[in-house]
Design a protein. Structure first.
Length: 194
């Protein structure tokens, strides 16, 4: 499933996204969604899949275990897709990933698809890692602060890493804002050694 930004006359260039296997799959899925005018539905479905990966150790193992036979993985992932209520394009895509034994790339594919969708909407994408899940109010405030800083709309891709202890790490393209307590403690420890 090779893809290039020229397939189907896509209006969004894959740019650096295609550099990885996950990026190529994401670009192919994005182009299918763009042709079918289902970008919003596919993005919503991928969010449900990402949430299932985060919340279900069994589903996560299904996507990463080399011990599960290809046919069994395909059946299980399609059944899970049905339970999650994903759209037909995403369901078919998950079947292709299972057949090609690429389910392990799902987190990268989802992240790359979200970047393509945000770029399509004219938004910047911020990868935000926090020590604890953010409330809706905190996410809204964060988006507002990033919008002011960047001068355009911002889509956020949230993840949780308890090792941060507190604070946030925000990545927008090659720019990183690290206000985590872990980084501050490491800097303090380094300063005390010197």
């Amino acid at each position: 499933m090779e893809a290039s930004s020229g397939i189907g006359g896509s209006s969004v260039s894959g740019g650096g996204v295609q550099a990885s296997l996950g990026g190529r799959y994401a670009l192919a899925l994005f182009e299918l969604a763009e042709q079918g005018k289902t970008i919003v539905e596919v993005e919503r479905s991928l969010t449900a899949v990402r949430d299932a990966l985060d919340q279900s150790p069994e589903f996560r193992e299904l996507t990463t275990s080399p011990l599960i036979a290809r046919g069994d993985a395909t059946k299980a992932v399609l059944a899970t897709a049905g339970q999650l209520g994903v759209d037909p394009t995403t369901r078919s895509f998950l079947g292709v990933l299972a057949e090609n034994r690429r389910l392990g790339a799902l987190p990268q594919i989802i992240r790359a698809f979200r970047q393509l969708a945000a770029r399509h909407r004219g938004e910047a994408t911020a990868e935000v890692t926090s020590a604890h899940p953010l409330t809706d109010d905190q996410v809204a405030e964060l988006k507002q602060q990033l919008r002011l800083r960047l001068g355009r709309e911002v889509s956020v891709d949230l993840s949780v890493d308890p090792d941060l202890l507190g604070g946030l790490v925000v990545r927008i393209g090659s720019q990183m804002i690290d206000s985590s307590i872990r980084t501050r403690l490491n800097a303090l420890a380094t300063a005390m050694k010197g």
